[in-house]
Design a protein around this ligand. Structure first.
Ligand SMILES: Cc1ncc(COP(=O)(O)O)c(C=O)c1O
Length: 424
């Protein structure tokens, strides 16, 4: 009934050869169709930072239902949400909302082009910005088809993308300031925006090297390009102001998603007033749609932001991380399995087959990992009651306790043994 057996490509679980079917979720757990519980280390690809079935999110959605499932209309609630964002996120002088990260990135890119009057964009290899044709390039290219590592070629990640879109995109290696400077020297005055994941979770978990994002900011300023953070995954993840607060660099534009909605479909385009005022009807760049800023999601996002604003929210996540990652690292050392663990806040990446002590700093390094070992690990975790998906990044939520994470660590210990046995 469903092409490939799924309703979204990313839901196919290559380790199982089918999707992992979930009946329901509650707190830190998802339950399969036989009501078996699994500690959730996928957390809806990062959307469920509050865990599943959170009472404040449910109450907010119920409130929206009681208001009459209002759709395609302005209410006081959108204004209130924009005000909350302005208080939390450094660049969020103004906001607009749409339903998914993909959709908002598409609108944001058009806005960047309209605001600068330029067409080219620079994006980093291994960074993912959703599936729109202009951005669906080089987030997981086969290295043999991706060109030289210091000057990668745009690799279309889907069939059906018009070839001419490749002419609007320049791919840069992440964490390589000299290569980036060379690209700006050559194309800087044609560049509308430098688009980036400020922490590259979509290649596992690759933070920027010290000073790199500041260099990006300076190059954009010098050449009159916009610095555009894709904070779909990083928003509210490690700080209430997202990666821009965590890294101390404020972009001109940002897209917030996933955790922003507490599990409901909403994403925000935020940025400097001067840039945002290019949106119609104030300016000439289009951003509209029947379902934009749907109240069920707007009220849920407002409730989620209230949770992230509670004193101690991030301190507790950090303490959980210290416990979890410390124990995880010990398990890796004890098992002798060659795997590198990298993390920022409650999200982490694993690189099987790579040196446990050597930081992974760019996509080409990440692409050297042993995928078969990773798939064995995923199967081993699921078999033992921890839900790990086959995506690049994994994580826990605020609903997880140390006891839940210890349960997951038991599954992880067993899965590492599976990897060891399979590599003999
Ligand atoms: C960094 C980043 N940008 C954009 C997207 C696309 O967002 P969505 O899945 O809501 O369309 C994702 C989704 O995984 C993402 O991780």
């Amino acid at each position: 009934m469903l092409p490939g057996g799924v309703t979204a490509t990313a839901r196919f679980n290559k380790a199982l050869g089918r999707p992992f079917y979930i009946a329901r979720g509650d707190g830190a757990y998802v339950f399969d169709l036989d009501e078996q519980p699994y500690v959730d280390l996928c957390t809806s690809h990062g959307a469920s930072l509050l865990g599943h079935n959170h009472p404040a999110i449910k109450a907010a959605v119920t409130c929206a239902l009681e208001l009459g499932i209002i759709c395609a209309a302005e209410t006081e609630h959108q204004v209130a949400l924009a005000e909350k964002l302005r208080a939390l996120v450094p660049c969020a002088e103004m906001a607009r909302f749409s339903s998914s990260g993909t959709e908002t990135m598409m609108h944001g890119l058009r806005l960047a082009r309209a605001a600068t009057g330029r067409e080219k964009i620079i994006k980093f290899e291994g960074h993912f910005h959703g599936y729109s044709d202009f951005l669906n390039f080089s987030w997981a290219p086969p290295p043999a088809q991706a060109g030289p590592s210091n000057a990668p070629l745009p690799y279309p990640e889907s069939a059906g993308i018009p070839g001419m879109t490749a002419q609007t995109i320049i791919i840069a290696p992440f964490n390589d300031p000299d290569a980036l400077e060379a690209i700006f020297e050559r194309h800087g005055r044609e560049v509308a925006a430098l688009v980036m994941e400020p922490i590259n979770y979509d290649s596992g978990c690759i933070p920027p090297q010290p000073g790199f994002v500041r260099r990006c900011r300076a190059l954009c300023d010098h050449y009159g390009a916009l610095l555009f953070f894709d904070e779909v995954l990083t928003a509210f993840r490690m700080a209430p102001g997202g990666a821009q607060q965590y890294l101390g660099v404020t972009p001109d534009l940002a897209v917030l998603g996933k955790a922003f909605g507490g599990g409901m479909p909403i994403s925000a385009l935020v940025g400097r007033r001067e840039v945002m005022m290019h949106l119609k009807p104030a300016g000439r760049a289009e951003m509209s749609g029947t379902y934009l800023a749907h109240l069920t999601a707007v009220l849920a996002a407002g409730a989620a932001l209230d949770e992230y604003s509670r004193p101690g929210f991030y301190e507790r996540l950090d303490a959980l991380g210290e416990h979890f990652y410390g124990s995880f690292q010990s398990l890796i050392e004890r098992s002798g399995v060659k795997v590198r663990l990298q993390y920022v806040g409650p999200r982490f990446g694993l690189y099987f087959g790579l040196d446990p002590d050597r930081p992974v700093v760019n996509y080409r390094q990440a692409a050297q990992q042993d995928h078969e070992a990773f798939l064995t690990f995923v199967r081993g975790c699921i078999r033992r009651g921890a839900y790990v998906h086959v995506s690049a990044h994994h994580g826990f939520s605020a609903a997880h306790t140390e006891a839940d994470l210890d349960r997951a660590l038991e599954a992880i210990a067993g899965a590492l043994e599976d990897v060891k046995r399979s590599s003999r």
